[in-house]
Design a protein around this ligand. Structure first.
Ligand code: ZN
Length: 160
């Protein structure tokens, strides 16, 4: 990887983590002290995992969902399987809503979704029980998942 590309990625990663309240520089320094050859992607992944454990411990489901989504993006970029992680992100978002008193949700198809997202559109008017969805989330639909670009951006909305 050329140095400039590496540097750009490094910057993007740091900004993403900063938005999550993670001090990338601190984690990087600690990991590099053990292994100076570790690349930015591995440090990014390790940092996400560390943050994930911390927010799981306190039951901050909104943050859990965001970190899992970031991991899905990373897995997609690396060409690795991501469906299970995407489902866990859905579950975390549903738990967040449930803790806020929501008992039913619907699926909102992402407005600027490039291709036809037929499964999400077909489910638009359905009402889902949040308890059932936490056990077995409808999102991401298997048919809306693309190996190259990841799951669609359609998402849950609370029915209040
Ligand atoms: Zn969709």
């Amino acid at each position: 990887m050329p140095l400039t590309e590496e540097a750009t990625r490094h910057h993007d990663v740091a900004v993403t983590l900063d938005g999550m309240g993670v001090d990338y520089g601190k984690v990087e320094a600690r990991i590099r002290a053990k292994d100076p050859k570790v690349g930015p992607r591995d440090i990014y992944w390790a940092t996400l995992n560390q943050k994930l454990l911390a927010v799981l411990r306190v039951g901050d489901w909104g943050s859990v969902a965001r970190i899992l989504e970031a991991q899905v993006d990373e897995l997609v970029e690396r060409g690795k399987p991501f469906l299970a992680v995407a489902q866990e992100a859905s579950k975390a978002e549903l738990r967040r809503l449930n803790h806020a008193g929501v008992t039913e949700v619907r699926i909102i198809p992402y407005p600027s979704h490039s291709g036809p997202c037929s499964a999400c559109v077909a489910n638009r008017d359905r009402v889902f029980s949040i308890e059932a969805e936490i056990v077995s989330p409808t999102l991401p639909h298997q048919t809306c998942v693309d190996a190259a670009s990841g799951p669609c951006d359609c998402w849950y909305a609370a029915i209040v």
